[in-house]
Design a protein around this ligand. Structure first.
Ligand SMILES: Cc1cc2nc3c(=O)[nH]c(=O)nc-3n(C[C@H](O)[C@H](O)[C@H](O)COP(=O)(O)O)c2cc1C
Length: 410
């Protein structure tokens, strides 16, 4: 994150302009390390040394860094080996993670998540999953989704607040509340998955938004009581919901959702996220802005109230520059796994040395955890930001049967 060796091609100058957040924090450049699970926590959800080593190796990768999804209660767990923030026992490990992320001056943000009806670990452990409405689903196995009672809703909101308190205790500079596709707050906002008949139901935008807005208000209360003045409250969201050709909620709806959240909380940034290829180039499918770039519509709507972070499919400097036309910052997930020095090389004018490949010999230097990408390479396939050979290499490493680097963890 030094600028002393800045010799970048002048066309990339906008990527290296400092940026100041609404709460006064200034970051040295426009890059953000975005969430990516590396399967490195223990089965119970404790942060491991592998996880802190991975983070420490990426201390200089970007001035803003967001952890993988930390689950706020057992029923919200998405990844088998993800970190947990579900009770105070996890604070110590999380403090080690925050320390590693911050050691070179980056701001460290803990992502708080609840997978709701997609919590496949809850299904495995407890045989149930919770969602906004009762449903019968057939994957990964036939099961029912339990409708959250109001008491359960209150409990989950409280867990977001408690998780924020733990993040503060652990020394994080902020938390990120993910409202992105498929997680619980989004499941409430989606007319596809929300069929409730009470005030959290889909009858009006206010009702669909209520759960997410109440989470933000509860989290803000904790920040006001216990957080530093410049604590960052991040918001991650999928601005338009699509399923095949169908549209669930529109960008116009989601823009209003964001405004409601701004009324109850001091949002520090808005990270746009979704699954698929080249997300930053997505165009609006329905509503007032049909055909326009999603990022442009969001960026115009946010109108400099908070920095907007473009993500998804950005894997070289020219794409970063292009995405910055409709955003204030560039978030990358996959690229920083195999090329944590991307920004440093670009800044030094050595972009020809940027290498998105991987070989067994490099794994140690890159501090990639042993279990990384077991069962997760398919997520990388959705986005395709790393070259196919790299993804195949991960698959090969994970599946090797003899003298395997990853063998003992299979
Ligand atoms: C293996 C894997 C794990 C991920 N884990 C998370 C996560 O924990 N939380 C989250 O919000 N997004 C997660 N994502 C989504 C990424 O943050 C990002 O949106 C997506 O990979 C596209 O960005 P990219 O092209 O820079 O990789 C994950 C993606 C992958 C490939």
């Amino acid at each position: 994150m030094t600028s002393s060796n800045a010799k970048y091609n002048p066309k990339y100058a906008p990527l290296f302009e400092p940026i100041t957040f609404p709460n006064g924090q200034t970051l040295a450049n426009r890059f953000s390390l975005n969430p990516i699970t590396t399967n490195a926590s223990s089965l119970e959800g404790f942060v491991t040394e592998e996880e802190t080593n991975y983070a420490a190796r990426r201390g200089k990768t970007a001035p803003l860094q967001i952890t993988t999804a930390a689950y706020i209660e057992d029923y919200g767990q998405l990844f088998e080996y993800g970190p947990s923030v579900r009770d105070d026992r996890f604070i110590y490990g999380l403090s080690k993670l925050a320390e590693a992320m911050k050691k070179d001056g980056a701001k460290a943000i803990l992502q708080l998540a609840h997978a709701g009806r997609f919590s496949k670990i809850s299904l495995k452990d407890y045989g149930v999953v919770y969602g906004p409405s009762e449903m019968h689903l057939n994957t990964p196995v036939e099961h029912s989704v339990l409708e959250m009672s109001k008491r359960k809703i209150e409990h989950v909101i409280e867990q977001y607040a408690e998780a924020t308190r733990r993040a503060i205790k652990a020394g994080f500079d902020g938390v990120e509340i993910s409202n992105a596709q498929r997680l619980l707050p989004q499941q409430f906002f989606s007319p596809f998955s929300n069929e409730r008949t009470d005030e959290y139901g889909p009858q009006s935008l206010e009702n669909r938004a209520r759960f997410g807005v109440e989470i933000m208000a509860a989290v803000q209360r904790v920040i006001d009581e216990e957080g530093a003045k410049d604590f960052i409250l991040g918001f991650r969201g999928t601005p338009e919901e699509t399923r095949g050709q169908e549209v669930g909620y529109t960008v116009d709806d989601f823009n209003k959702y964001f405004d409601m959240m701004m009324e109850v909380s001091n949002i520090g940034y808005y990270a746009i996220a979704s699954w698929g290829r080249d997300i930053y180039k997505n165009t609006v499918r329905a509503g007032e802005h049909e055909g326009e770039l999603v990022n442009k519509v969001v960026y115009d709507h946010v109108n400099k109230r908070v920095p907007v972070i473009a993500t998804g499919g950005i894997n070289n400097a020219d794409k970063a520059l292009e995405a910055l036309e409709n955003a204030d910052m560039i978030g990358m997930s996959s690229v920083f796994v195999t090329e944590p020095d991307f920004v440093e090389k670009l800044e030094a004018g050595r972009e020809d040395e940027i290498d998105l490949g991987i070989s067994l010999e490099e794994v140690d230097d890159l501090a990639i955890p042993h279990r990384a990408f077991k069962d997760l390479v398919e997520f990388m396939d959705f986005g395709g930001s790393l070259p196919e050979e790299t993804r195949d290499k991960f698959r090969e490493m994970t599946n090797q049967t003899s003298t395997s680097y990853f063998k003992e963890f299979k």
